[in-house]
Design a binder for this molecule. Structure first.
Ligand SMILES: [Zn+2]
Length: 339
């Protein structure tokens, strides 16, 4: 068998470009790598940012896709614990140097050696993707086929603050009920928390309640925000635009935490006294370490949590992005590779 693989992908050839069919060759498979036959791939807002080179680190032709679900097609020589045909997934990171001290401490997401799936390499908008076994995760039958992909970036992004900072007795707010936020509602509800959803879209109210919110605040209504002053132990923001930061910090309880999961690009400003007198804090995180990703998958399977999705054939990738950018997707788009 030849060691190389011809990959059928969809690539943007320039910043902001439409995705078009694109073929490339994989070279030899690394000893620690898994080649995944992609069956489904979620679309994350980061795929849009990367396609536009918003973060100045995109290499073109750009093959996005980092919410991968598929089957093991080939295994590197040193990979154990997986078999060809196993159902697996992968997310934002693809490789980490196992000798990095951060990785040895379990903090793979903090390792400077960790490589992004779609940063200078090709991701899951393709029929094959290669990922280090460390970042390749078995998917149990408890998660419906075709629905797992968004857990690996959007899910992992909101899982980390809940696992690290939410208590079952706590009150958790989620700002933005999109791809990340809707999973935060589901996780926080099953975690045992009292959950408050904040959305700018009135039509998402019923869905937010159905997904686990005990209360829904629409449109940053100042009266509703003032009424919740000092009540939230954890407030997770998932959108990429600024909000009234002081007003939202004001909803935090003493020692409450505002956690940024969404990549707001503009500078954020807030008053220091919103933190000082109440010992509140502001934090951020990207996704989840491999062990925490596995914990998330266990938790999701145990509680019947899966993303709420809309599916598109891979040939409709541009239409899917258009719908995503119009704010019309409820709540995560997934590309299906079919046959
Ligand atoms: Zn993502």
């Amino acid at each position: 068998m030849s060691d190389s693989t011809t990959v059928n992908a969809w690539a943007a050839m320039e910043p902001g470009g439409r995705f078009e069919p694109y073929q490339f060759e994989f070279g030899p498979l690394g000893d620690d790598e898994v080649e995944i036959e992609v069956t489904h791939c979620g679309i994350c807002h980061s795929d849009h940012n990367m396609r536009n080179d918003d973060w100045g680190m995109t290499v073109f032709p750009f093959v996005g896709g980092h919410e991968v679900e598929g089957r093991v097609a080939r295994l590197g020589a040193s990979v154990t614990g997986l078999a060809v045909g196993d159902r697996v997934g992968a997310g934002w990171f693809s490789h980490t140097d196992p000798d990095c001290p951060r990785a040895q401490a379990g903090d793979h997401t903090l390792s400077p050696t960790s490589r992004g799936m779609i940063v200078g390499r090709h991701g899951g908008f393709a029929d094959r993707v290669r990922v280090q076994s460390t970042w390749t995760f078995p998917i149990s039958d408890a998660i419906p086929v075709g629905e797992a992909g968004p857990l690996f970036c959007g899910g992992a992004a909101v899982w980390t603050p809940i696992q690290n900072s939410a208590k079952p007795t706590g009150r958790v707010g989620v700002v933005g009920i999109g791809g990340l936020g809707h999973l935060a509602l589901k996780f926080a509800k099953s975690w045992g928390c009292h959950v408050v959803a904040f959305t700018s879209t009135a039509s998402k109210r019923e869905a937010a309640l159905a997904m686990g919110a005990h209360e829904v605040v629409v449109g940053s209504d100042p009266e509703e925000i003032v009424a919740r002053a000092g009540t939230l132990d954890l407030l997770i923001t998932t959108m990429d635009q600024s909000i009234d930061w002081d007003a939202h910090i004001g909803m935090l309880a003493p020692r409450g935490r505002l956690h940024l999961a969404g990549a707001v690009m503009e500078p954020i400003s807030f008053g220091a006294f919103g933190l000082i007198m109440t010992e509140r804090s502001i934090s951020g995180s990207s996704v989840a370490s491999p062990s925490n990703t596995r914990a998330m998958l266990d938790f999701a399977g145990r509680h019947g949590i899966a993303p709420t999705t809309e599916h598109f054939p891979i040939t409709s990738i541009n239409e899917a992005f258009d719908r995503l950018l119009a704010g019309e997707v409820r709540h995560r788009a997934i590309l299906d590779f079919g046959g």
